[in-house]
Design a protein around this ligand. Structure first.
Ligand code: NOJ
Ligand code: NOJ
Length: 471
């Protein structure tokens, strides 16, 4: 793998090949034939649209633009977070692909991404480290005003690259892993990110929405995952001291994560120890907690999807968004989900956020987003998957209230189907508001239901692809 890449010459052709490919989904859940058909038919186009935003014309190879939109809003940048979540999908495709053209295509994308990552990691930035949130498409750091650092970025990037390393090790390419991804000299992309995460997770930073400074559930949960998986990789590559250090830091984060529980309101709070940025998020209720589970879960017993604290948060978010968005009360199937109830960002004007909050922002400017709506679908698919895997013993006095709404445990298979059906409701809601030809922007207008904000948001496509993969 990692041969020289010529996207222009054969990339476009291969994209066409990929688009023509059909994928079969597990037949175990076939209740919703219409949605099945839509998902199957839409999937190749979603992948195509995602790939279109990797190394587009005028950018350095390996660049993942957040969206092609260059004004209102200008998203023509490489965000570390968005890029990591998108490249994780590419790693997955690389791992699934059979030998040949398709696999080489993904290998080349990954090779470019690694080269760009090295460059980003070695460039001095305003925040002076890997927490710098976004880069220009020529590889230079963005130096304007911004909420920085955002320390989820290096953790997410490490997670994606560790997934690649694991795949390569399975393919007996340890040489490649050592050469391009991990060695013990502090010079390799994964090691650099893990060193940063393990030494700096105690510091406050801006959240994934780039607005609030403090400690964040989302950030700390993905940091924990990066360190747990990083420890395993280090162990496997005989970097034993590092392995112990990463594992130790991960355990300390686990301890910290319990501080987010608000036992009175029975929710996991998004942010604690706030020391800057947006100050109007009174509820501290945020879909970021659910996204944290999607991006940070390891299926190792720590905060499983069925945890009552997680389900309490999920339920509170569903209730809130159902109430506050008029578009959720028009009789369409399912509901759409936003970032947090007090959100003021309308997706168009970057001045709408905390920096000019007093001047421009309207408290009702915030909208539902596609990536959160499809994220909730993915949550339900993964919850169903977890129940199927571990069985009824996961349900107990603490979390039974949640499952009772889905028919309870009397018929366990029916319960699992009901949870999947609930996931499908969210997918159907997202489908209803996206363009019929499968283009997805960032947001859904809370009144009219029309798409709003950055068009062809790369992360929106990633969220479709990960949700439907779990489906
Ligand atoms: C705004 C979102 O809040 C942030 O999470 C994302 O990284 C950027 N848009 C770019 O998509
Ligand atoms: C852009 C960020 O990406 C978004 O998350 C934020 O809400 C707005 N700026 C306003 O600050």
């Amino acid at each position: 793998m990692f041969s020289k890449r010529t996207f222009g010459m054969f990339g476009a052709g291969l994209v066409a090949v990929l688009v023509a490919t059909t994928f079969s989904f597990s037949q175990s859940y076939t209740k919703d034939q219409d949605l099945n058909t839509w998902v199957r038919n839409a999937e190749p186009g979603m992948l195509h649209n995602l790939l279109n935003n990797i190394s587009p014309a005028g950018t350095l190879p390996g660049t993942v633009i957040a969206s092609p939109s260059k004004q209102s809003p200008n998203y023509f940048f490489h965000w570390i977070r968005d890029a990591a979540l998108v490249m994780d999908v590419v790693v997955d495709r690389y791992a699934q692909a059979g030998q040949g053209k398709e696999k080489n295509f993904y290998a080349d994308l990954l090779k470019d991404f690694i080269a760009l990552t090295r460059r980003h990691q070695q460039t001095p930035t305003p925040s002076n480290g890997p927490g710098e949130p976004k880069f220009n498409v020529d590889g230079t750091p963005y130096t304007g005003d911004w909420g920085r650092p955002q320390n989820d970025g290096p953790a997410l990037r490490a997670i994606a690259l560790i997934n690649l390393a694991k795949t390569l090790l399975q393919e007996n390419r340890e040489d490649r892993v050592r050469e391009t991804l991990y060695d013990d000299t502090f010079n390799s992309p994964i090691k650099l990110d893990l060193e940063f995460v393990s030494h700096h997770w105690r510091e406050t930073c801006f959240d994934l929405w780039e607005e609030t400074r403090g400690h964040h559930f989302y950030t700390q949960l993905v940091q924990r995952r990066a360190l747990v998986e990083g420890a395993k990789l280090a162990q496997r590559l005989n970097d034993h001291q590092a392995a112990n250090w990463y594992a130790q830091q991960a355990r300390e984060i686990e301890h910290e994560l319990m501080r987010y529980w608000d036992g009175n309101r029975r929710i996991l709070m998004a942010t604690i120890d706030r020391d800057g940025g947006a100050d109007y998020k009174y509820s501290n209720l945020d879909s970021a907690v659910i996204l944290g589970l999607l991006h940070g879960s390891l299926d190792d017993g720590f905060l499983p999807f069925s945890d009552e604290k997680v389900l309490g948060t999920l339920r509170a978010l569903e209730k809130t968004f159902q109430e506050i968005y008029p578009v959720n009360n028009k009789g369409h199937r399912g509901i759409t989900i936003g970032r947090y109830p007090e959100d003021r960002y309308d997706g168009v004007s970057l001045a709408f956020g905390f920096m000019n909050a007093g001047l421009h922002a309207r408290a009702d400017a915030g909208n539902p987003w596609f990536l959160t709506t499809m994220g909730f679908a993915e949550f339900y698919y993964r919850l169903a998957h977890e129940l199927k895997k571990y069985g009824p013993k996961l349900i107990h006095a603490g979390n039974a209230w949640f499952f009772n709404d889905f028919g309870g445990t009397q018929d366990f298979n029916a319960l699992i189907d009901a949870l999947r059906g609930r996931g499908d409701d969210f997918m159907a809601a997202a489908q209803f508001h996206m363009s019929p030809d499968g283009h997805i922007s960032e947001q859904i207008n809370r009144y009219t239901g029309f798409m709003q904000g950055a068009q062809d948001l790369t992360w929106s496509y990633a969220s479709f692809l990960t949700a439907t993969r779990w489906r």
